[in-house]
Design a protein around this ligand. Structure first.
Ligand SMILES: [Zn+2]
Length: 331
């Protein structure tokens, strides 16, 4: 194999999740509260409720897979099937979901099955003093006798601090004349681009742009979905507000104490995010499109963020144009 992965930088999205009636349950052996049948997860050090990053990430993944009509092709138990791409190349080249969220591959016989996802979603602590919990009593009624079977469920309301980190990655090809490697990534295109300079790594910002757009697309859907248990019964209502969107090149982390270098290696939209016109809002809907014969209306992305993503592309191109081959379409 003749290629290595190259880290060009990190993109950090910070925001707040406003949650109402969330129940993300703790396992047995967690903190127990007398008489409550089901308690929420809590930070073991502070005992405060938090939102696990895995809950939001899992929901985002599921929604993107539904939007992109991904096949649930891998069995993880007798009754649970999930989507996973077959191998690294497929996940990287052609799967918006696996590229963002990762894939462990399917086919035993293949090389390079695992594709580590580019997006990390951190556990979300509650804002200081910003969360409260309630114990909600519910009844299950016997359908014949109407006898009630009561249960008590703990729920949390409040504001949680969200951090998402996207790895801006590319590849460097040390050897590529082996025909077996010919299908790795966009090799045809890359061979063409690398004719003059084989040493330069490749940053495909077109793929990164898609990834970042997808994150914002899913946010608009998550708000109309739910997190945690019992979404169809009013639980898990969330809203998301982006408070910061910052891109760092790898130089930022290598600059040490050099403040001026750190400043040029960072592009932040924190101030713009605070302005009301940059708040997430669905501007309009795209024209209808046919999906499997069903007419659907495709929701427009959050406009302000798409504008920021374009600027981030230009920022990476400017930073790396001498050192790498940056694939970035004008669109
Ligand atoms: Zn996939």
């Amino acid at each position: 194999m003749g290629y290595v992965k190259v880290l060009f930088g990190k993109v950090v999205i910070r925001g707040k999740v406003f949650g109402k009636g969330l129940h993300i349950g703790s396992t047995q052996g967690g903190i127990t509260v007398g008489g409550i049948d089901s308690v929420v997860v809590r930070d073991p050090t502070t005992k405060e409720p938090y939102l696990p990053g895995s809950s939001l990430k899992g929901k985002m993944r599921m929604l993107l897979e539904k939007m992109e009509r991904k096949l649930a092709n891998k069995s993880i138990s007798d009754e649970v099937f999930i989507h996973q791409c077959n191998d690294y190349v497929e996940a990287y080249k052609s799967c918006s979901s696996c590229r963002l969220f990762g894939s462990s591959g399917t086919n035993q016989g293949r090389k390079f099955k695992n594709f580590p996802g580019r997006l990390s979603v951190r556990d979300m602590p509650g804002e200081k003093g910003g969360t409260i919990t309630e114990v909600k009593s519910e009844n299950v009624l016997d359908r014949l006798t109407s006898q009630a079977k009561p249960r008590q469920i703990e729920r949390v309301h409040g504001t949680f601090l969200m951090t998402l980190i996207y790895d801006m990655e590319g590849h460097s090809f040390e050897v590529y004349d082996d025909e077996q490697d010919a299908d790795i990534l966009e090799l045809e295109k890359i061979k063409e681009l690398q004719k003059e300079d084989k040493e330069k790594p490749i940053l495909n910002f077109d793929l990164a742009k898609d990834d970042l757009r997808n994150v914002f697309r899913i946010f608009s859907l998550v708000e109309l979905d739910s997190l945690g248990r019992s979404g169809s019964r009013g639980y898990g209502d969330i809203g998301i507000e982006i408070t910061d969107f910052t891109a760092y090149t790898i130089d930022y982390f290598q600059a040490g104490q050099d403040q001026s270098m750190r400043e040029t290696a960072r592009l932040s939209f924190e101030e713009e995010c605070r302005k009301p016109d940059a708040r997430p809002e669905i501007k309009k809907e795209d024209k209808t499109m046919a999906v499997n014969g069903i007419e659907v209306r495709r929701v427009e992305y959050f406009d302000p963020y798409i504008h920021f993503v374009k600027e981030i592309g230009q920022f990476y191109r400017d930073a790396f144009q001498e050192r790498a081959i940056v694939i970035l379409s004008d669109e």
